[in-house]
Design a protein around this ligand. Structure first.
Ligand code: GLN
Length: 474
């Protein structure tokens, strides 16, 4: 299928060759036709149609916002007022958002249209979307394969043309890895670039809203609308937000790029991914960029640091789901303690329970210093080392994931195997820096390969510009 970019669609809308109503109806038809992919948990058809009609009027009157008619899907971790939110978990059965997440509010203020709530791994915990209480999401290219995770529904929805753009969340790769598995662009901006207000927390010091799209222009435009200071989240940066969509650097700019030997030469890397990256590196060199292989001395600590800290934060964040005030409550409970135990044992899936246990363990009095404090120190060392690298290089280039989309069920029996799938993506979250995955060829089964670029804090402009140049080159 050939997809248009938002600027192309907008031109047609402004010239009267297309209406928002037609757009929404087209997307709704695809959602219905491809419902077997299980990408959406709720579809807001009537509301989207109502909004489309209003925005068509605004377009006629030349009063429409920056994103008029942009059809967006949102991961089931983002609050959309008066609509259900449940993190693909049984524990939030029946919960309705009472306010809009800041990112959602900013999309609506610019006349984007929200078409539905998308399936994901429960509370964002997973790498294949097989940990959803509502069943896995299937990859549209091969229905026997996973979509990637945790924002699998958001990726497949864009891949299959069910919406133009999706908002996902990326705590350890959940936007970039499914983007790679589905042949899309997936951006995780700098931590603190986008407000987390209204994003249901998994691991607050890592959580970041991210964007899926087919085109860099669309990512840039959505980022400039949703990023920036927010009175509701004191961790958001006050740095001004560039007009990303107008300020992308020229494709002719020459850069200095580092590659980690441990990633591009890794034994766990699928050979076709290695070859695709090597091919791109060769082309970059031919075009006058400097690409150097370097060692990242803390490599073996990155994944354990992520899984210690993310589970610790999860065990604390998820303690609020107790069946008392909202969501699922076990009908079997007969006193307060059995209410907690039964509600949480029945309401949370296996993986979420495993993470809560792991996190509670690393925070327990006897192990706190050995695990949690130690991991915090290592996290700082990793970030410092990354900053040192960015004082010498513009970008780090690596694979997004060690493999292309794997088969459903292939890794789901062994959690450690699944955690290893996050080897390359967690680094950016541990360091808090921006990273993007872009399509870079296909493997022998025709499955997309993802190339990942990491940049220094707040260098999204450079990151998007260079990604566009690489996409143009391939
Ligand atoms: N796969 C990673 C995890 O399970 C990342 C998830 C995410 O980014 N939300 O923790």
């Amino acid at each position: 299928m050939q997809f248009l970019s938002y600027p192309q669609i907008r031109k047609q809308l402004d010239e009267g060759q297309l209406t928002c109503l037609e757009l929404v109806k087209n997307h709704l038809a695809v959602i219905e036709r491809k419902s077997n992919l299980n990408a959406f948990l709720s579809i807001y058809g009537d509301k989207a149609i109502e909004q489309a009609k209003l925005i068509d009027e605004k377009i006629k009157n030349r009063k429409a916002g920056k994103l008029a008619g942009l059809v967006v899907g949102i991961k089931d971790l983002l609050c959309y007022k008066d609509h259900p939110l449940q993190g693909a978990s049984k524990i939030l059965n029946g919960f309705i958002s009472q306010f809009n997440a800041t990112a959602i509010q900013r999309l609506l203020d610019e006349d984007a249209i929200i078409i539905g709530r998308q399936n994901c791994d429960e509370f964002g915990m997973g790498s294949s979307n097989e940990n959803s209480a509502f069943g896995p999401v299937l990859n549209d290219l091969d229905n026997s394969r996973v979509s990637g995770g945790s924002s699998g529904g958001s990726a497949v929805a864009v891949q299959a043309g069910m919406c133009q753009v999706s908002l996902g969340t990326d705590t350890g790769g959940s936007v970039r890895q499914p983007a790679a598995f589905c042949g899309l662009i997936g951006l995780k901006p700098t931590y603190s670039r986008i407000s987390r207000y209204g994003l249901a927390a998994y691991a607050s010091s890592f959580d970041c809203i991210g964007i899926f799209a087919h085109y860099i222009e669309d990512v840039a435009l959505v980022l400039e609308v949703i990023a920036g200071a927010d009175a509701m989240d004191s961790t958001v940066s006050r740095l001004p937000v560039p007009a990303y969509s107008n300020e992308l650097p020229s494709a002719n700019k020459k850069y200095k790029i580092a590659c980690f030997n441990d990633s591009i030469e890794s034994n766990s890397l699928q050979p076709e991914i290695k070859a695709a990256l090597a091919g791109t590196i060769e082309k970059l060199k031919q075009q006058g960029h400097v690409v150097e292989s370097i060692d990242f001395p803390l490599n073996e600590y990155v994944l354990p640091t992520y899984y210690i800290l993310a589970t610790a934060e999860a065990s604390s964040n998820l303690s609020r789901y107790d069946g008392v005030r909202y969501g699922y409550r076990s009908p079997q409970a007969n006193d307060l303690s059995s209410l907690y135990k039964k509600t949480r044992s029945e309401g949370f899936g296996k993986e979420v329970q495993r993470r809560i246990l792991l996190g509670t363990f690393v925070l327990s009095a006897s192990y706190y210093d050995a695990y949690y404090t130690q991991a915090q120190k290592v996290r700082r060392m990793i970030r410092n080392k990354m900053k040192e690298i960015f004082s010498l290089y513009d970008f780090i280039l690596m694979p997004t994931s060690p493999t292309t989309a794997f088969k459903l069920g292939e890794h789901s029996s062994d959690p450690v195997e699944m955690y290893l799938a996050d080897l390359f993506s967690v680094q950016a979250n541990v360091a808090g820096i921006p990273a993007i995955s872009i399509p870079c060829g296909k493997d022998k089964n025709g499955l997309p390969i993802g190339l990942q670029l990491l940049a220094d804090d707040f260098e999204e402009c450079k990151l998007l510009g260079f990604s566009k140049a690489i996409l143009g080159m391939n």
